[in-house]
Design a protein around this ligand. Structure first.
Ligand code: ADE
Ligand code: ZN
Length: 348
């Protein structure tokens, strides 16, 4: 059981507490952290033209009807990433930002297939990201690991190729995920490649139940054997699934501002995070693609808490869950959870 600190923390102190508390981020696509300013700088460095005149025109285009609408713009933005230094700079910018939000540990998604599709090798991508992760540990005290996401709109063969190309870098990856267009692309197509990754010692996650039905969450669990579900908010439609997620303590990495911007929920005060927590599910709060969705992890915490009327004990639970749901080894997990408890016991 989670020990909930019993000191009373006033509602007026809650935003400060949410920003300052130690936390882990488990659902961040590194390409979705590429801010327009850096995108323009990289375009210039690489002699490329963007279709938007300037940063503010680009930002104004960030209005989405659904996931696919977002993915089209997101994909266009990744074309400025060409060199290992580009990947380093993008990742370092995210990690510095995360450290300032009191993120102690981050598990970062990367879509290598997007970049190989632009003629950039997997080696360039992973080496750039990994070097930034090493620097984050050394200079910011933030631990970070990498999860390679297969693109579910591509074929099983292409996923096997992506895994093969990443094979010289297995020690730099903690796991495998599944991302991109969900509707019409159920998880089971990737059962064999996930089984292979599992055999290589990689941990397994998948996006499921973001826009797609509860059936996709069932098959992520049963066909892919994932340990964690990314999003998963559609689970509330299926009581048997809710009971399973809670009983088996399968974490959900929930991304409220993403859900709002992609119109999964029409309003933040209609979000079901409170319902997931009340059902005993190990839910966490994350930013998904913060450069596109109007906020990093702390913005996700403060806006969601304000909209749903969540309390300090929810804050503790969500931060505790973020460490529990991580792929950290047990001692590191415990050390971060101890820091969290100490923070709550001493904060005013
Ligand atoms: N890739 C980047 N962001 C994503 C999201 N929200 N869902 C699926 N794939 C993604
Ligand atoms: Zn995502």
């Amino acid at each position: 059981m989670t020990p909930i600190p019993n000191r009373l923390i006033g509602a007026d102190r809650l935003p400060h507490l949410l920003r300052q508390m130690p936390k882990a981020e488990l659902h961040i696509h590194i390409e979705g952290s590429l801010e327009p300013e850096l995108m323009f700088a990289l375009a210039q460095r690489n002699g490329l033209n963007l279709t938007y005149a300037d940063v503010s025109t680009l930002r104004q285009a960030y209005v989405f009807n659904d996931l696919q609408d977002f993915l089209n713009i997101y994909h266009a933005g990744t074309k400025v990433l060409r060199t290992e230094q580009d990947f380093y700079d993008m990742t370092w910018a995210y990690l510095r930002r995360a450290a300032s939000d009191h993120v102690l540990h981050a598990e970062i998604f990367v879509d290598t297939q997007t970049h190989t599709g632009h003629g950039v090798t997997t080696d360039v991508v992973i080496n750039g990201l990994h070097r930034a992760c090493l620097d984050a540990q050394a200079q910011l005290g933030l631990s970070a690991s990498l999860i390679l996401c297969f693109l579910r709109n591509l074929s099983e063969t292409e996923a096997f190729e992506a895994l093969e190309q990443a094979s010289p870098h297995l020690s730099k990856l903690v796991g495998i995920g599944l991302a991109s267009s969900e509707l019409g692309h159920p998880p089971e197509k990737f059962a064999r490649v996930f089984a292979k990754a599992r055999g290589l010692g990689l941990r397994l996650v998948a996006h499921a139940g973001e826009e797609g039905p509860p059936a996709y969450i069932w098959s992520a669990l049963d066909a892919l054997k994932v340990e964690r579900i990314d999003h998963g908010v559609q689970a509330v439609q299926d009581p048997a699934l809710m009971a399973r997620l809670s009983r088996e303590r399968i974490p959900l990495t929930v991304c409220p501002l993403s859900n709002l911007k992609l119109r999964v929920f029409q309003d933040l005060n209609h979000h079901n995070l409170g319902q997931l927590l009340d059902a005993g599910i190990v839910a966490t709060i994350n930013s998904d693609d913060p450069a596109y969705f109007g906020g990093y992890i702390n913005e996700n915490f403060t806006q969601t808490f304000a909209a749903l009327g969540l309390t300090a004990s929810h804050a503790y639970q969500l931060a505790f869950n973020s460490f529990e749901a991580s792929f950290l080894e047990a001692r590191a997990k415990q050390a971060m959870q101890d820091k969290l408890l100490e923070f709550f016991e001493t904060s005013e």
